[in-house]
Ligand binder design. Sequence first.
Ligand SMILES: Cc1ncc(COP(=O)(O)O)c(C=O)c1O
Length: 424
Amino acid sequence: MNLSQFGEQFSSGSGILSLMDDLGNALASGGDDMIMMGGGNPGHIPEFQDIIQKRLQRIASDKECFQRLIGVYDPPQGEKDFIDVLSDLLRREYGWNVSSKNICLTNGSQAGFFLLFNMFAGKFSDGSRKTIRLPLAPEYIGYADLGTSDSFFVSNRPRIEMLDDNFFKYHVDFDNLKIGSETGAICVSRPTNPTGNVLSDSEISHLDTLARKQNIPLILDSAYGVPFPGIIYSEAKPIWNDNIIVCLSLSKLGLPAARTGIIVASEEIIKVISGMNAIMNLATGSFGAMLAHDLVQSGEIISISENVIKPFYQEKMEKAVTAFHNEFKDIPYKIHKPEGAMFIWLWFKDLPITSHELYQRLKARNVLVVSGHFFFSGLEQAWQHQHECIRVTYSQDESTVKRGIAIIAEEVKKAYADGEHKRG
Ligand SMILES: Cc1ncc(COP(=O)(O)O)c(C=O)c1O
């Protein structure tokens, strides 16, 4: 098959493809034996599912509503009623100066990032090229292949703070972060996938200032963050202004199959995204927007995030951290301070094998994790650290997560012991 560069880009060696393949194959083959600690599938939260099930029943039993759910193309900006109640909520609760003209939907926020990144980086009509700057690597694996031209991302190593009890934390290294005219937009996920790091309000405001100096936007990926689904265990203010593009999603609330991404941005940007939606999709799907409409209208989406979703993950995180501390006693391990999302990021300093090899050994033992090296897209210089980390998801049930952690500990111990043996 003779593929264009565009075709080739989507068919070879993508981290997100191998991750989704792993997930899909394990599930398709029954998945019973596999301990799934790789993907970002949210957990199944009965309280949330009950609310959505009831709403779906109400829609299904109302002829007019049902017709809207299945029989109408929405405008390219997305389901109008949902956008109206969401802009009301953001104004009312957070004082964001937004109207319905500042919001559009996409078929999943992943699709939104594809549009945003290629809107602000790549080749420009004056012949110049611009890149997307990821100011703190490691950063979300799903960005890495979204650029339609080469050298699309530039990322920066973080400053590492060592903490007590085998914890550490990444910070944006502002001393070495130079944003010039080569940058088309800055992007961070908050909380960060894969580390669960939450950039502080002052780090966000510093990044916004750097972006404004270059007249470029700051893209804030809040797939796990505030205002919803609010999976943040530290402090973080929901921030928006006309230079910040906030990307939200209904996925991590528990609706990943509804494929509903939300972009909050200046009217100018929303117009362009809506046009792209029309060209690529004609319209966005209405399913997620209609299911979540009442929760947004009443503001319940915020209280559910705070009182149901966040505690569900926080409890799992705390149990997983305790299990890691117990199982890893004899290993030189470090855990990134888990401040949000649904992942533990582990660092094994001077591990004698690469994280990719460790991933393969774990897969052979029916434990799926993600090798850390996928998360360093755009680094200009090689860094040993990128081959010493893995990402582990803790959204599954407690006993499964515990079994997985015990196997990870066994394999890591073995790798260090073999390394000692070879050296000795
Ligand atoms: C940080 C981050 N951003 C965006 C997405 C995309 O989510 P969705 O397309 O389901 O909205 C994900 C999915 O895992 C994610 O982890």
